[in-house]
Design a protein around this ligand. Structure first.
Ligand SMILES: [Zn+2]
Length: 460
């Protein structure tokens, strides 16, 4: 950390400022409702928070002396960091191992056996580190995760410097690290206890695999533990038609009604996918404040279906955007996910007006923040909020000309256009150079693991 004495206060607008970071130049998309893009601004940051946003005079960085971190955004767009609402970070280890299969065969025939054999806290750590590196490289500053051996993911997110909700997976089968399913919720509870208060950036939680792979009792106990700990419960919901039919057959009601019957909608629930939900279920979700994460590329790749996003938005359901694990996507680039979400929304409704670039971008920042219940902390760029933001370099042929920045970001940009990444006032990538992690070490460790898995021929 820089010493207080080494900083030189600078004059700005209404008084003396003593920032530890300044981002200057370029166009700012605050993502605040109704605010227009602002040209040529400086953002002053101190102790992880946004201190001031001001229009620039001439040479905005020239007058700033001392050990102030300076980010030059003059050729780019400054916007809030993207929030990946759904991931299984360490599944990077299985990227490309089993593609082009139906979900059931993919999951039960390929992924579960691999996980049983190769997951440990150590392999999860390196898989999650690779995911964190990929997310930083593509402009994600916060992610919501559910998996096994999650101590490894907490350590990875912490080492990488990302903000995260890291949840221990719960399933009523023997699972990696939890051989006795009778211990699954207790093990998740112990995980939460271990990591609660560990870091301001990391919230531990529980992830129930689905309403089909977890019993009603397991779901209720998971909710009890989550609410007691003041954290959020996540679940895959109605991802496939098969799952919905099986629940109707077993329980005599549709999945959302079943969750309501169990009492699971009394607390804010994070429901991933919500592909096969009917109008009554959408109304129920809106009424109970269910927070949905849309993962369109995974839904397309596994032929799961198309979530009725437009209908859910109209019913007042909070919606964030997620990539899902990289074994079913196969990347963690939210820019590509935004492009897919917008286009899939248009083709499913046969209406090119629905899900505009601006709406999808909002979903990936403000939507994600609301899913986490952190809308007062992150998701927009405003004075007093946490400094989670990214700079996109516009100096690329596919990003010119620039008429509508929201459209350009959603339909033309990719994660590779992200130049700088800041989380909680700390730079994690500057001019595409990582500052919190060693990319060669991470790629080397993952290659070592992948060789054991049997992917000797894959090159990073
Ligand atoms: Zn998932």
């Amino acid at each position: 950390m820089k010493s207080e004495n080494s900083r030189k206060p600078i004059q700005g607008g209404g008084g003396r400022l003593d920032p530890d970071m300044v981002i200057a130049g370029g166009m700012l998309l605050t993502m605040v409702e109704g605010e227009e893009p602002l040209e040529d601004v400086s953002i002053f940051i101190k102790d992880g928070k946004i201190l001031k946003i001001q229009k620039n005079g001439e040479k905005p960085l020239a007058g700033i002396m001392g050990h102030v971190e300076k980010i030059d955004a003059s050729r780019g767009i400054i916007m809030p960091g993207l929030i990946n609402g759904h991931s299984h970070a360490a599944m990077t280890l299985f990227r490309g191992y089993a593609d082009d299969l139906p979900l059931k065969e993919w999951l039960f025939g390929k992924i579960f056996p691999l996980e049983a054999q190769f997951l440990s806290e150590k392999t999860v750590y390196w898989g999650a580190m690779l995911a964190c590196m990929e997310m930083i490289a593509s402009g994600t500053t916060c992610f919501l995760d559910g998996y096994f051996f999650q101590d490894g993911t907490v350590r990875a997110a912490h080492d990488a410097g990302l903000r995260a909700l890291v949840a221990q997976g719960v399933i009523d089968f023997p699972a990696p690290g939890v051989p006795d399913p009778g211990e699954n919720v207790a093990s998740a509870e112990a995980f939460i206890e271990r990591w609660r208060g560990f870091s301001d950036l990391i919230m531990p939680g529980i992830f129930c695999h689905s309403a089909l792979t977890c019993s009603g009792r397991t779901l209720q106990r998971a909710l009890e533990v989550s609410s007691k700990a003041g954290t959020l419960l996540q679940i895959h919901l109605s991802e496939t038609l098969e799952e919905v039919i099986a629940i109707i057959e077993k329980k005599g009601m549709r999945p959302v009604e079943y969750l309501e019957d169990l009492g699971l909608l009394k607390q804010p629930l994070i429901a991933i996918h919500a592909v096969h939900v009917d109008d009554e279920e959408i109304t129920l979700m809106g009424r109970h404040g269910v927070r949905v994460v849309h993962a369109p590329e995974s839904n397309m790749k596994l032929s799961s279906g198309i979530a009725p996003i437009d209908k859910m938005l109209k019913a007042g359901v909070t919606i964030g955007l997620g990539t899902d694990g990289s074994a079913s996507n196969n990347d963690l680039d939210l820019f590509l996910e935004m492009d897919s979400a917008a286009k899939l929304g248009k083709i499913s409704s046969m209406n090119p007006v629905c899900l505009s670039g601006g709406e999808v971008l909002k979903m990936a920042v403000r939507g994600g923040a609301a899913v986490l219940g952190l809308e007062r902390e992150i998701g927009t760029i405003e004075v007093g909020k946490r400094a989670d933001m990214i700079v996109i370099d516009l100096d690329a042929p596919h990003l010119r000309p620039l008429y509508d920045p929201y459209s350009t970001l959603v339909y033309s940009a990719s994660g590779a256009d992200v130049k700088d990444v800041i989380v909680n006032g700390r730079v994690l990538m500057k001019d595409r150079i990582f500052t919190s992690l060693d990319p060669d070490e991470i790629k080397g460790k993952v290659m070592e693991i992948s060789r054991k898995i049997g992917l000797q021929n894959q090159e990073v």
